[in-house]
Design a protein around this ligand. Structure first.
Ligand code: G6Q
Length: 556
């Protein structure tokens, strides 16, 4: 605790510390080292830089690192008090400093059920109570015991929520599609764009639909507008009474839930110590439990718990999230690589990059550190991605031959949920080839040799050889999962949460607020009355003013 406190008082930017400077000095003489040579020089390189936990294996050997690099990076993590901060989070300290809140998504999956205290109160009993309520409710719906207004089974689940109240459920529901109850379907309405609502409502039948209004605050304009539209649609079809049978809420705000007309019995609670983008483990995951079953939801919690134990109990040198975080810092802050891609080679995991985009960029896209100082180093990178092999045909050209290097995380399950013919072997061959190609590249000489072998003329070889060459030395991690089952999904997501945490600690930023999303929302509230014909008295720049009048004119 004393060390955590001293960290809080530390006004020195991390970039001014001895450990940081040592990494910088090491970078200077290591930056041109070729991974090809490192592999040639050390037959045990893959073994040295591979680490596993249960059925999740991380091979980070295709990174521009040596054992010395890692040593310097571990020192940096140690000097930034990563170990103490991990304990502080698990203990329930208020590490969300700007909002003065504990950060306890780990309590939601604390399967050991050991007490965790917030303001002197053990939070585990309330967490267990909500989990039990989720089980009871999801089983009743799945068994057709909790029926709609007209006595029909509720088979269409519609989650209405946005941001943290949407991206986790969307990603996990899709990831676990193979586990869905056969007679059920699931839809998500997040965007305020009326199209989002219209397209879902066109597909479903009010008699068999259950709406989950997922909103921590129950005041978010998109969610509340969508919820009211869906409520009206339901009432128009089945009458006012139907709301109690067709609407449930997940929120921290009981008062607003009641005002909306949802029976408090059908409200699933969560708490301020769970951040929106860290909330899929709470009742915000109700759609996951409804679609894949509560047993699978709990398997997911168990997987996350296994990662939590690993993270909290393993030394830095063997700690998967810590290693991933440090590699990210090595590239971002020392190589100056400000982009980063995540590419799952699994169709069911295709929403993972979108989920991680929020997790990473909303948590660590910040320029003020915890001490209120403007940082002089870059923080969260731009994260993007998509499912392989699709993205090999879109942005991979840039990954291989672009002027900027983009470190990649490849994710591949060894066993597919759909073993059809040789699809999966082709998929695996592709992901492994991408990592190898990025690392090895192809020299101009090699390209020339290949062209000659293919029967090209001397002139053609001369013309083409540069275009056909690859600089290589481009880093990637490969994460192999035995199978993308609920347990492994839990591990994977928790692993990325903790990676983001460690980076936040090293950059000394608060990863748990999101003040950067507020300004635009605030200004939209000023523009709205102007679009609706009322003067707001706000003076805009000429561009915004013109755009307002142009759109008004076009809408006439
Ligand atoms: C996540 C953010 C944000 C939040 C949404 C929805 O960490 O806080 O994405 O989840 O703005 O908020 P509500 O759940 O309160 O509707």
């Amino acid at each position: 605790r004393a060390q955590v406190r001293s960290r809080k008082k530390m006004t020195k930017l991390v970039s001014k510390t001895r450990a940081w400077k040592k990494v910088a000095a090491h970078y200077k003489h290591f930056k041109d080292v070729e991974m090809r040579d490192l592999f040639d020089d050390d037959k045990k390189r893959a073994e040295k830089f591979t680490i596993n936990l249960d059925n999740l294996i991380l091979d980070y050997s295709k990174n521009r690192i040596s054992e010395r690099t890692m040593k310097h990076l571990f020192r940096l993590a140690h000097d930034c008090h990563v170990e103490e901060m991990i304990q502080a989070m698990f203990r329930g300290d208020k590490i969300n400093t700007t909002e003065k809140r504990a950060v306890l998504h780990v309590a939601l999956r604390n399967r050991a059920n050991t007490p965790i205290y917030v303001d002197g109160k053990d939070v585990m009993p309330q967490i267990n109570e909500v989990l039990a309520k989720m089980r009871k409710f999801s089983e009743a719906v799945r068994l057709g015991q909790f029926k709609g207004q007209t006595g029909k089974k509720l088979t269409n689940i519609v989650n209405i929520g946005i941001g943290g109240s949407d991206l986790g459920p969307v990603m996990a529901c899709e990831a676990l599609r193979k586990y869905w109850a056969k007679d059920m379907s699931c839809f998500f309405i997040s965007n305020i764009d009326g199209t989002a609502c219209a397209e879902v409502l066109n597909k479903i039948d009010p008699e068999t639909t259950l709406f989950i209004v997922s909103s921590k605050t129950f005041t978010t304009i998109e969610t509340m507008t969508n919820a009211r539209t869906c409520r009206k649609w339901l009432i128009d079809a089945l009458g006012e009474h139907a709301v109690a049978k067709h609407f449930v809420a997940v929120s921290t705000n009981a008062g607003e839930v009641k005002k909306f007309g949802i029976n408090p019995e059908n409200m699933f609670e969560f708490w301020d110590f769970v951040g929106g983008r860290y909330s899929m483990w709470s009742a915000i995951g109700l759609s996951i439990a409804l679609m894949a079953g509560m047993d699978n939801f709990e398997r997911m919690l168990e997987g996350a718990f296994a990662m939590d134990r690993h993270f909290a109990e393993t030394d830095l040198e063997h700690n998967i999230p810590v290693i991933l975080a440090l590699l990210g810092i090595w590239y971002n802050n020392f190589f100056g690589l400000k982009r980063y891609a995540v590419v799952p080679y699994d169709q069911y995991l295709r929403y993972l990059p979108a989920y991680l985009q929020q997790l990473d960029m909303e948590s660590n896209g910040k320029f003020i550190d915890k001490d209120g100082e403007v940082v002089n180093y870059s923080t969260g990178p731009v994260l993007f991605g998509g499912a392989g092999t699709d993205v090999q045909h879109s942005f991979f050209q840039l990954i291989h031959q672009g002027t900027d290097i983009v470190p990649v995380d490849f994710i591949i399950p060894a066993i597919s949920h759909n073993e059809i013919g040789d699809h999966h072997e082709i998929l695996v061959a592709n992901v492994l080839a991408q990592g190898e190609a990025l690392m090895r590249g192809k020299t101009v000489k090699e390209a020339a040799r290949e062209l000659t072998k293919a029967g090209k003329s001397k002139q053609e070889v001369k013309e083409l050889k540069l275009f056909k060459s690859f600089s290589g030395n481009r880093p990637s991690n490969t994460l192999v999962l035995k199978k993308a089952d609920p347990y492994t999904l839990g591990m994977l997501v928790a692993m990325y949460e903790h990676k983001v945490f460690v980076q936040g600690v090293i950059w000394n930023i608060n990863s748990y607020d999101q003040m950067g999303v507020e300004l635009g929302k605030q200004m939209a509230l000023n523009i709205l009355p102007e679009l609706q014909g009322n003067a707001s008295g706000i003076r805009h720049d000429s561009s915004t003013a013109n755009l307002i009048s142009t759109i008004k004119r076009l809408r006439k």
